[in-house]
Design a protein around this ligand. Structure first.
Ligand SMILES: Cc1cc2nc3c(=O)[nH]c(=O)nc-3n(C[C@H](O)[C@H](O)[C@H](O)COP(=O)(O)O)c2cc1C
Ligand SMILES: [Fe+2]
Ligand SMILES: [Fe+2]
Length: 403
């Protein structure tokens, strides 16, 4: 088994989960798998930073054993309570029962409520330091990146930030570093991860990056607990995070619809034609055909959302209802939207979607467009104009914002 050294005496001892496709239940569809990254620091004291999801415990232990006997571990740093990182704590602690477990106060509570182990907990706060001999770890509490218990660990001498869920990607690869993988795929996965997991906590992340800068921490390497390690371009991912945390968006429109017999789908096609003719970049999704995780990723930096559904029993269709519930959890800011759909008699979908979006604080840019049953030529023309008009309002809105 090959040893993977991140910097001298710091090893990756995690596991690659090639086949996971449903992460956090079905909240994240991970088409490219994931990794659980643990790091072993072999100084005068031996420290393990994070563990792996339980089914991969033996793989992690084997990797550790190739470097030092697991019995030699003095300290375990538990940056995060969630089971993908804490799931192998009990198993590794069986091998090094005297090891001290370092975590935040919320981490101690949360780890106890998961595993009920009477472990030797040491609660740390931002700025606390732990000397390992030549190397020193310092801790930075990072509540809500990803849970209230989360923290980052920073290896001062190596300028190595162990950021746990922050800056991660669900990407299973044989390579470990950003200079070894396809840049496009890596950034796409980082964006997908941010959009579906980190987006709701954007203002917290923004403040945390600012706080880290003020602490004079400017990491040369960022080693997250999922996916690839950023050693070539840690500045680049921080830059992207700053843009995402500010909810910056482009003049791009995402059209998402659901249809039973195709009428709302026809409307969607014409709306998109109008948007394209107005020079707007568009992505069109039938919400039943593309995984939500992918659509949410595209929505992260799109200024405009157009949502469509036909009416089913006075309301929107169920898949788009679930989609909107997820989108609401992501708390998108500074977006504009419009709604359309086909109905038979009393309608309801269009009204309910519009209200849903308004309740989320999204500005409705123009009146909704509702059509009875299958749209005729004149109604399709209205759909085209709906797209054109949305585009021109979007461009005006952007210009007004820039003033
Ligand atoms: C099971 C079912 C329930 C429906 N319920 C309603 C309703 O409550 N109110 C309404 O206006 N139309 C209702 N409709 C009619 C559809 O909204 C109408 O057929 C519409 O044109 C379908 O558009 P689509 O082809 O985009 O699915 C219902 C249709 C079906 C199949
Ligand atoms: Fe997490
Ligand atoms: Fe995680």
């Amino acid at each position: 088994m090959k040893k993977t050294e991140v910097v001298p005496d710091v090893y990756w001892v995690g596991a690659v989960d090639w086949n996971i496709r449903k992460f956090h239940g079905e909240t994240f569809i991970s088409n490219r798998g994931t990794t659980y990254n643990s790091y072993l620091i072999t100084d005068e004291k031996v420290a393990l930073v994070d563990t792996v999801y339980t089914p991969f415990a033996d793989e992690m232990i084997e990797r550790i054993r190739h470097i030092v006997p697991p019995e030699k571990i003095d300290y375990i740093i538990a940056n995060h309570v969630e089971m993908d990182h804490s799931g192998s704590l009990a198993k590794i602690l069986n091998l090094c029962p005297k090891a001290k477990v370092f975590c935040t106060a919320k981490g101690k509570e949360g780890l106890y409520k998961h595993y009920y182990g009477n472990w030797d907990f040491h609660v740390v706060k931002t700025g606390d330091k732990l000397s390992l001999g030549k190397k020193t770890l310092t801790f930075i509490e990072a509540p809500m990146i990803h849970w209230p218990d989360s923290m980052f660990s920073y290896l001062i001498e190596d300028e190595l930030l162990l950021s746990n869920d922050g800056f991660g990607q669900h990407l299973a690869t044989s390579e470990r570093f950003d200079d070894e993988v396809d840049e496009g795929v890596l950034m796409d996965e980082a964006k997908k991860y941010y959009a579906n997991i980190i987006w709701p906590f954007s203002s917290i992340v923004f403040k945390k990056i600012d706080e880290i800068t003020k602490l004079n921490i400017s990491p040369k390497i960022i080693a997250p607990a999922h996916g690839i390690i950023w050693r070539k371009s840690p500045g680049r991912i921080i830059e992207r995070y700053m843009s995402w945390t500010k909810n910056e968006s482009e003049n791009k429109v995402i059209v998402v619809f659901e249809t039973m017999w195709g009428s709302t789908g026809k409307m969607a096609g014409k709306i998109v034609e109008g948007l394209i003719d107005a020079g707007i970049r568009v992505q069109l999704y039938d919400v039943t055909k593309t995984v939500r995780t992918e659509i949410i990723k595209e929505m992260l930096d799109a200024k405009g959302y157009i949502l469509g559904s036909s009416t089913h029993d006075n309301d929107m269709l169920p898949t788009i209802a679930g989609f909107l519930t997820f989108l609401r959890c992501m708390k998108p800011k500074n977006r504009v939207a419009s709604v359309f759909g086909s109905h038979g008699w009393g309608g309801g979908a269009v009204r309910n979607i519009e209200n849903f979006l308004k309740d989320m604080g999204i500005e409705i840019l123009q009146p909704s467009l509702a059509v009875q049953y299958a749209p005729d030529e004149a109604e399709l023309e209205k759909c085209y104009e709906f797209g054109l008009n949305f585009a021109s309002l979007l461009l005006k809105n952007k210009i007004m914002q820039n003033v």
